[in-house]
Design a binder for this molecule. Structure first.
Ligand SMILES: Nc1ncnc2c1ncn2[C@@H]1O[C@H](COP(=O)(O)OP(=O)(O)O)[C@@H](O)[C@H]1O
Ligand SMILES: [Mg+2]
Length: 258
């Protein structure tokens, strides 16, 4: 059985892309077959794994094939990364897809229909969402079994979640009754600062009863920040770093949940 996890937060720069890549590779290291879907026209996931901006076949083409009811090979867009993870890439051309979906019938389910064609090939499909709650993110949430929410423990972090959680609730009611919250993950955490502790506490107070908040947070780390320009995960960059350890622990928590 394939589990689809959307990594979402409409705030930019909270480590969605970094978490998608490193959770994905951590799951591969536990023997799972994993695909990453770049659902952000910025293409950061694609670039961050060292693939070029110019892509022959991308997520956009796959979604267009679904919209037009074409017969096609769903694996045609898949790129294989040297760390054993598959990537369905994107670039800025995906911006057009976000907009053109608005007029399509069953527009919330286009990505879901595509991912269903891939499901036999993977244990996990992780969707890296864009920093907005537009049609692509709605498609991701409609296709997902669960949503993982990276949160930076800043002041207002708890406030920022209100809008996202209300969209998740709406999608659950209208399109995807099985949608669960995988959990809230604190990222770029400087836990030695009291400020960070206070802000995490505020999120726990507000949401801890309703949903899982992952035990371990991801530390702010220079090594993690450097991986994107190297086109690799933290495991290839420095497998003994704190960052690698924390993503390995996150993968265990995710596995135990499924
Ligand atoms: N744990 C971390 N420690 C330090 N820098 C990080 C960490 N996680 C992400 N970053 C950096 O922060 C920036 C935003 O991260 P990114 O994953 O692209 O966020 P998002 O996808 O939510 O916009 C990137 O430059 C990334 O390298
Ligand atoms: Mg991103």
């Amino acid at each position: 059985m394939c589990r689809v996890i959307a990594v979402a937060n409409q705030k930019g720069g909270v480590s969605k892309t970094t978490t998608s890549i490193n959770l994905g590779v951590a799951l591969v290291r536990l023997g799972k077959r994993v695909a990453l879907v770049d659902a952000d026209p910025q293409g950061h996931l694609t670039l961050g794994l060292g693939f070029p901006k110019k892509i022959r076949v991308s997520l956009k083409n796959m979604m267009e094939n679904i919209i037009m009811g074409m017969e096609f090979d769903p694996m045609e867009a898949v790129l294989r990364h040297k760390e054993g993870i598959d990537v369905i890439p994107s670039n800025k051309m995906l911006t057009g897809t976000d907009l053109s979906l608005i007029t399509v019938e069953n527009r919330e389910k286009v990505l879901k229909e595509y991912l269903e064609l891939l499901e036999d090939n993977y244990d996990y499909i992780i969707i890296d969402c864009m920093p907005s709650l537009g049609m692509l993110t709605i498609n991701a949430l409609s296709a997902a079994d669960s949503v993982l929410i990276p949160v930076q423990p800043q002041y207002y972090a708890a406030d920022g979640l209100v809008e996202l959680l209300s969209v998740v609730k709406g999608i659950k009611q209208r399109f995807n009754p099985g949608l669960e919250i995988e959990g809230i993950l604190f990222t770029m955490d400087s836990s030695r600062y009291n400020n960070s502790k206070r802000n995490k506490q505020a999120v726990k107070m507000a949401y801890g009863k309703e949903m899982r908040i992952f035990e371990k947070s991801i530390p702010r780390s220079e090594a993690i920040a450097e991986t994107a320009s190297e086109g690799v995960s933290i495991f290839a960059y420095d497998s003994r770093s704190k960052g690698a350890k924390s993503y390995a622990e996150l993968a265990e928590e995710v596995l135990n949940h499924a």
